[in-house]
Design a protein around this ligand. Structure first.
Ligand SMILES: NC(=O)c1ccc[n+]([C@@H]2O[C@H](COP(=O)([O-])OP(=O)(O)OC[C@H]3O[C@@H](n4cnc5c(N)ncnc54)[C@H](OP(=O)(O)O)[C@@H]3O)[C@@H](O)[C@H]2O)c1
Length: 302
């Protein structure tokens, strides 16, 4: 084992890294690499966003190809898979033979397409999804999941450790990390949509948003238990409604809709959710618990 290899095994060799995309997350990634001493090259469509990183020691590449030439490991983190595709295609052949770690969120299908595109060009491709906010990057709280070749993940691991927290490999299917990501984001976007809707309703009733937020803490605290309980029932295929039933949920949702309508607040999301509950009640599941809905969400085909 030569000195460089020994360093790599210990995770302290300063492997050069290029970071493409300097939105809040890309800047956090590049900042973490710089702080850990990796020679870091950055590129962004809007070059001005690199100024603070350059001041910290990053090198600004003028083109994607220049960024790819600078490092054998290239991390891309932009808006979506289409942007990734546009960027990597603009690199010409510069990425061939390199490792591309794509930390952009998109669908599992897009991740698999990019993996195929990369394989056809001799680009080593690892897909990843960042499950925690940009402020966690480089800190213990960061959670990043990866999927694709296990050997490639093992080879990249010492560098990816610079992003902090947990780096978890979920399997060889390149779409696997994105599958976790979209499922968790499904939860997240529904939750935050509910939060802003609730605060709008409270304000319409003359309650300051921060005052309601204080009362919402108890509700937020029971969510982990609810998710865990639903998950157990879904895995077991049993949905006891002994603590609260779908019939009761339908009535409860109707009150919220009626209260919002008085104030002219949009109720489209709640109405869609309530319609799903009513369908289950009409199908004879009114005595079951809420998790029963998971079996009824899939559009019937064939
Ligand atoms: N922010 C977070 O806390 C967070 C947390 C978890 C996951 N993520 C994920 O991380 C990824 C990046 O998020 P972000 O917060 O940094 O900001 P973002 O708004 O999702 O992405 C901004 C970046 O995308 C670039 N971009 C967009 N369209 C482009 C195109 N057609 N060609 C080239 N570049 C393009 C922007 O370039 P310009 O600067 O030139 O516009 C900028 O670098 C996303 O997939 C997001 O879901 C973010």
């Amino acid at each position: 084992v030569d000195e460089r290899h020994a360093g790599a095994l210990a995770g302290n060799v300063r492997t050069p890294v290029s970071v493409i995309g300097l939105g809040p997350m890309g800047r956090a990634l590049a900042g973490a690499f710089i702080r850990r001493g990796h020679p870091t090259t950055v590129w962004n469509r809007t070059a001005g966003k690199a100024d603070a990183l350059v001041a910290q020691g990053a090198v600004l590449a003028r083109t994607v190809a220049e960024a790819a030439d600078a490092s054998s490991l290239v991390v891309v983190c932009v808006l979506d898979g289409s942007a990734v595709r546009a960027i990597v295609e603009a690199a010409g052949g510069a990425l061939n033979g390199k490792t591309l770690v794509n930390l952009t969120s998109d669908t599992p299908g897009r991740a698999r397409e990019l993996a195929e595109w990369a394989a056809e060009r001799g680009i080593e491709y690892l897909d990843g999804a960042i499950l925690t906010p940009s402020t966690t990057i480089g800190e213990a709280a960061a959670v990043v999941v990866y999927s694709g070749s296990p050997d490639l993940f093992a080879a990249c691991r010492p560098v990816l450790a610079s992003l902090g927290g947990m780096a978890i490999h979920l399997g060889a299917d390149p779409g696997r990390a994105a599958a976790y990501d979209v499922s968790l984001l499904d939860m997240y976007w529904t939750f935050v949509s509910g939060c802003v809707h609730a605060l709008a309703l409270a304000r319409a009733e003359g309650i300051a948003a921060q005052e309601l937020a204080a009362y919402s803490q108890g509700l937020a605290a029971i969510l982990p238990g609810i998710v865990g309980g639903f998950a157990r029932q879904i895995d077991e295929g049993r949905y006891p409604g002994d603590r609260s039933s779908l019939a009761s949920a339908a009535a409860g949702m109707e009150h919220v809709i009626a209260a919002a309508e008085v104030h002219g607040i949009d109720t489209a999301v709640l109405r869609a959710a309530e319609a799903g509950v009513r369908r289950a009640v009409d199908a004879g599941f009114g005595g079951d618990g809420f998790a029963r809905l998971n079996e009824m969400l899939r559009r019937q085909t064939g």
